[in-house]
Design a binder for this molecule. Structure first.
Ligand SMILES: [Zn+2]
Length: 240
């Protein structure tokens, strides 16, 4: 059996080397060529990511948008800084049709943050929904992929049957802060038949900037009776 396993391993390695020769892959962070055994991002870029440690500022962002209910866990995995690895990963996920990155990003964050107890007591992940037209255009919801990656590691289920997006608020990157606030009001709603009373839900998003999108999702979810709410974003900007 061990010989058979050995042959299989060598065959796979040979196939991977051939694929690498024919279709070389490059690090999404720095553009250097990846080794056969490396996946999406090189080890240097993984090490260069700066962990987010400004939870207080996330709380104040939610407060600023009127979130008054006490939050259970609020946190982010990495600092989002323009032109750095984190920004490149998020950008590739959102605009370059690379769904495999999202799940990997979620798994990576969960491996680190579950050992810190960040997901303890959470019953389900609720990815920030995107509109149907955006989903058609992009082919997937990037927040849902990240949530699936979190779920792979934590075994906490992803629940997309609670919250939906009523309308699209177009490319947030290009609108001013004030516009963003008014842009997301009444964007989300609860499904009529959603069953979430008494549960502990963690909203999942890719990036938090002003916090208005997460705050609006929280406001809508807080209509559910006896609910406990948390927020996770894969990345967040330092301050607004
Ligand atoms: Zn790299």
């Amino acid at each position: 059996m061990s010989t058979y396993a050995g042959i299989r391993r060598r065959t796979r390695l040979l196939a991977d080397s051939l694929a690498d020769f024919l279709f070389p892959r490059y690090c999404l962070g720095c553009g250097r060529r990846l080794a056969v055994t490396q996946h999406l991002v090189c080890p240097d870029c993984v090490l260069n990511i700066i962990r987010f440690n400004a939870e207080d500022s996330l709380h104040s962002r939610l407060l600023r948008w009127g979130v008054r209910i006490p939050m259970y866990h609020v946190g982010s995995f990495a600092f989002y800084r323009r032109d750095e690895v984190v920004a490149r990963l998020v950008h590739s996920l959102k605009f370059f049709n690379k769904p495999e990155i999202g799940r990997w990003m979620g798994q990576w964050a969960a491996q680190v943050m579950s050992s810190e107890g960040f997901f303890d007591g959470v019953d389900a992940f609720v990815p920030i929904p995107i509109s149907r037209s955006r989903r058609r255009q992009r082919g997937y919801n990037q927040a849902e992929l990240i949530a699936r990656g979190l779920s792979d590691i934590t075994s906490i289920p992803v629940d997309t049957s609670i919250l939906y997006r009523k309308r699209d608020n177009t490319a947030q990157t290009h609108v001013s802060l004030v516009e963003r606030g008014s842009n997301v009001k009444d964007v989300f709603a609860l499904f009529d038949d959603c069953k979430a009373e008494g549960r502990s839900l963690m909203v999942v998003d890719d990036v938090i900037t002003t916090g208005s999108t997460a705050a609006n999702a929280i406001q809508t979810l807080s209509e559910i009776e006896d609910i406990r709410l948390s927020v996770f974003s894969w990345a967040a900007v330092r301050e607004i």
